[in-house]
Ligand binder design. Structure first.
Ligand SMILES: [Zn+2]
Length: 169
């Protein structure tokens, strides 16, 4: 076993997200909502990697990612690999892939965009203009977003709920 692997403890059951773009581990945890999980997480930032120079690694015990979370990771870190662990062994390994068109996952924050219309809201849809650094464009209003401007629809839902609670108080 290489020295690099020894630095990060093995997990018995759960998910390992490897080959994450270096410096992106915390962004991924935050944007996917995984940071709200009560399970044990081990995060390696700027781990030496033969393939990519430096990378981040995220290990989460007892958690298997949802399809939506995997799609979110594909947008944030298209080189990531996701391994499912049972009894300390990798039972499945998946590579994420950045799609050319991103549907429903990301919110367009342009208030006048048709996707935010109160009468007939339609599903968000973005074209991927550039993978690295990421640039995506809303199909409906043409607004362009960079990685640090992305808001996932799952997060928006939670914020709206929170806002509603405050108003009700
Ligand atoms: Zn738009």
């Amino acid at each position: 076993m290489s020295e690099e692997k020894l630095k990060i403890e093995r997990i018995k059951k759960g998910t390992v997200i490897d080959h994450v773009e270096s410096g992106y581990a915390l962004t991924i945890l935050n944007l996917t909502g995984l940071d709200e999980s009560p399970n044990l997480m081990t995060i390696g930032v700027n781990v030496n990697s033969k393939k990519f120079g430096k990378k981040d690694i995220i290990k989460i015990e007892n958690v298997f990612l949802t399809e939506v979370q995997m799609q979110q990771i594909s947008i944030l870190s298209p080189n990531a690999t996701i391994s499912l662990i049972e009894d300390y062994k990798v039972i499945e390994k998946k590579r994420v892939k950045l799609p050319k068109i991103i549907k429903k996952l990301i919110v367009c924050t342009n208030r006048t965009c048709i996707t935010n219309s109160r009468e007939e809201p339609i599903d968000y849809e973005f074209n991927v203009l550039q993978e690295k650094p990421l640039r995506i464009q809303c199909v409906y209003c043409d607004r362009i977003y960079r990685l640090d401007e992305i808001i996932f629809a799952t997060k928006r839902k939670k914020e709206n709920k929170f806002l509603k609670q405050i108003i009700e108080l």
